[in-house]
Design a protein around this ligand. Structure first.
Ligand code: NAP
Length: 349
């Protein structure tokens, strides 16, 4: 059985380890913790072995620790790195490469420049098979993953009749669990956002995508406002919705009054971590006027990348086909069932 170590137990790492632990095809060696806090108790209660940096081990004397980060990596076939943005690169250089272990990195890293962690930014809808032979792959961030789920089906359906995509991303300030982060009463802009280059790294450099990014005072979800310009008259809204009806991890919702409405529904149905694990097209905001379609969707920042990591893990260690990988991911995440429940609740009236 293949052995997986989840290095980092924050927002993403705690979700990844919880789901992957239920996968009968792999064994979770344990999780990496760097601070001796309540989350150590949480991870132990969930049945995980805890591994910590050798130079911090004394700080963990009040907890039952299994070993060092190096010991965990030496037992593993693949590490899923869930460290804060930028530290994945350091881990690759100091741990994964010297110890010759495969690794998946998260969206805060980079696939270009001096600190690139891989030459492949993964999006299961676009380049699933490209991960088969790779030792190091970066999973796109939540926004970058959501953008691929919208752009690729549109590109396949309408091809060169699309002139350009202009997207404005409204990013949530902090995650629900980030209670130590104060949500400030301001709208911040992000100069030189990474999202456009990240998307182009897997959709092609010539993708006519133009992005602006703002951070808004909310903890719920991201919202993307996308204008799609066509060479001629734009397709009708119903034609656009038809493109997405059977897309994996894309729900079509009506009558939601905001991102919290969607998150609260997920909470009321006890979806794990209050996540929907997908993007949601808000169909009552969809418009076509002249040559332009105006599309709005929300993106579950904490949930969307977790099943994606599970698909990527299967590509890297089992070289399984995408269809088979989705079937297996479904057994753990039930994305299709969640989509159905969301679409039934937020239906057209
Ligand atoms: N949050 C999101 O919604 C989201 C969505 C998509 C992608 N991402 C990406 O996922 C990555 C992780 O984000 P996050 O939100 O989960 O961060 P987070 O909540 O701050 O958690 C980071 C975790 O990494 C641990 N850590 C600290 N130093 C480390 C090291 N050197 N090596 C490995 N782990 C280390 C921390 O441990 P201690 O707490 O013990 O110090 C903490 O458990 C980032 O690249 C981020 O951009 C985040």
């Amino acid at each position: 059985m293949k052995k997986i170590f989840v290095n980092g137990y924050g927002t993403i790492g705690s979700r990844l380890s919880k789901f992957i632990k239920d996968d009968p095809e792999v064994e979770v060696v344990g999780v990496g913790k760097y601070s001796p806090d309540d989350k150590v108790t949480d991870a132990i209660a969930r049945g995980f072995n805890i591994f910590v940096p050798k130079n911090k081990i004394d700080g963990f004397k009040d907890y039952k620790i299994t070993g060092t980060i190096e010991e965990a990596i030496s037992k593993s076939d693949l590490v899923i790195d869930a460290s804060p943005a930028g530290l994945g690169y350091l881990n690759k250089k100091t741990l994964y490469e010297p110890m010759n272990v495969k690794a998946i990195f998260q969206g805060g890293e980079s696939v270009t420049g001096e600190k690139m962690v891989s030459d492949l930014l993964f999006n299961s809808r676009v380049n699933y098979d490209d991960a088969f032979e790779k030792r190091y792959v970066m999973q796109g961030s939540c926004n970058v993953t959501g953008l691929g789920r919208i752009l690729q089906p549109l590109k396949e359906k309408f091809g060169s009749s699309i002139l350009r995509f202009d997207a404005t991303l409204l990013r949530r300030w902090a995650d629900l669990e980030d209670t130590k982060i104060e949500v400030k009463d301001t709208v911040e802009w992000t100069p030189k956002p990474h999202h456009g280059d990240d998307v182009k790294s897997y959709m092609g450099k010539d993708t006519p995508l133009y992005i602006r990014v703002f951070k808004v005072p909310s903890r719920q979800m991201h919202v993307h406002l996308m204008d799609i310009r066509f060479k001629n008259t734009a397709p009708r809204p119903s034609e656009i919705l038809d493109v997405f009806r059977n897309e994996y991890g894309v729900a079509i919702l009506y009558n939601a009054n905001g991102t919290k409405d969607v998150r609260s529904f997920a909470e009321s149905l006890k979806f794990s971590f209050k996540d929907t694990n997908m993007i949601h097209i808000h169909a009552d905001l969809l418009e076509a006027a002249g040559d332009t379609v105006k599309l709005t969707y929300s993106d579950d920042q904490t949930g969307i990348v977790v099943p994606e990591n599970h698909l990527l893990m299967q590509a890297m260690i089992f070289k399984r086909t995408r269809d088979d990988a989705i079937k297996h991911t479904e057994e753990l995440f039930h994305v299709n069932e969640k989509k159905k429940l969301l679409e039934q609740h937020f239906c057209q009236k």
